[in-house]
Design a protein around this ligand. Structure first.
Ligand code: ADP
Ligand code: ADP
Length: 247
């Protein structure tokens, strides 16, 4: 269900070729780091898997389904962006509830969808259903933020904002979790706690996880598999142990 297969993925921009034929074969429940220097194509690879970027050529499969033409909101991928991309005028609860509301936008009758749309367009969300409240609170408890549900996101530290972004991805119960440089905006102490949180979540939920990093130590200490990227291509696939012992 949550396996990810990328076959000969090419992404050309006007002036640059970001991906020159990327292949990945990630089994359900595996924890992968995509490691490489800035500009090698890591983020582009993630954005193609999540559906925010259209590949020039190549195939992306999630489970056994080719998803090239499936819109992002139907791919069942939870994405945590590098800059978190939280909604500044929503509080913590609302930021996490937002994705559940968005999902409602794509289900139900025309009338229900119109109502959901109107609600989303208004500045504050209307009172969420009991089910949404329960799911949001569960997700917030899970990232140890239950006590901050009513806070504005601008009042939170970077590490707390990161946790909100993580809860917002998890509340959708995605089959694949994608994270772009999840530790890069945090100081050293927060990095260590976040590292532990991410590992715990990955092991608890056994969710297929791919995270992008330029930091070799980070990749090796967190992931079970490391895909090393250079200049638009995967140049090595290994476990951390294999990487340690390779010359
Ligand atoms: P990384 O995440 O490894 O830093 P990216 O995937 O962001 O690398 O970028 C790979 C290459 O594609 C870079 O050369 C970058 O300049 C280029 N690129 C990325 N996004 C765009 C875009 N929207 N338009 C043009 N070029 C882009
Ligand atoms: P009940 O119907 O059980 O009394 P409440 O209205 O007290 O539920 O809400 C329970 C929790 O749900 C609150 O603590 C709050 O975090 C969250 N919540 C409910 N409505 C909203 C809303 N419109 N915006 C943000 N959070 C909300």
């Amino acid at each position: 269900m949550g396996s990810v297969k990328v076959q000969n993925l090419v992404k050309k921009y006007d002036k640059a070729t970001a991906l020159k034929g990327v292949d990945l074969d990630i089994k359900e429940g595996e924890f992968y780091a995509l490691l490489g220097p800035s500009g090698c194509g890591k983020t582009t690879t993630m954005r193609c898997i999540a559906g925010f970027e259209k590949p020039t050529s190549g195939e992306i499969l999630i489970g056994d389904k080719v998803v090239n033409n499936v819109p992002a909101n139907r791919r069942n991928c939870g994405m945590v962006f590098q800059s978190y991309a939280l909604f500044p005028h929503y509080n913590v609860f609302e930021n996490v509830a937002y994705s559940l509301n968005i999902r409602d936008l794509y289900s139900g009758s025309m009338g229900q969808r119109a109502k959901t749309f109107a609600r989303l367009m208004s500045r504050r969300l209307s009172k969420p259903t009991k089910e949404i409240q329960r799911k949001v609170h569960d997700a917030l408890e899970y990232v140890e933020l239950g006590h901050l549900a009513e806070r504005g996101v601008n009042e939170l530290s970077g590490g707390q904002q990161q946790r909100v972004a993580l809860a917002r991805a998890l509340v959708m119960e995605p089959s694949v979790l994608l994270m772009d440089e999840p530790l890069s905006n945090l100081d050293k102490k927060l990095r260590n706690t976040m590292r532990t949180t991410i590992r715990r979540i990955q092991q608890d939920l056994k969710i297929t996880t791919i995270f992008v990093t330029h930091d070799q130590e980070e990749a090796m200490s967190m992931a079970d598999h490391v895909a090393v990227m250079r200049d638009g291509e995967i140049v090595q696939m290994a476990t951390p142990t294999e990487l340690y012992s390779s010359p």
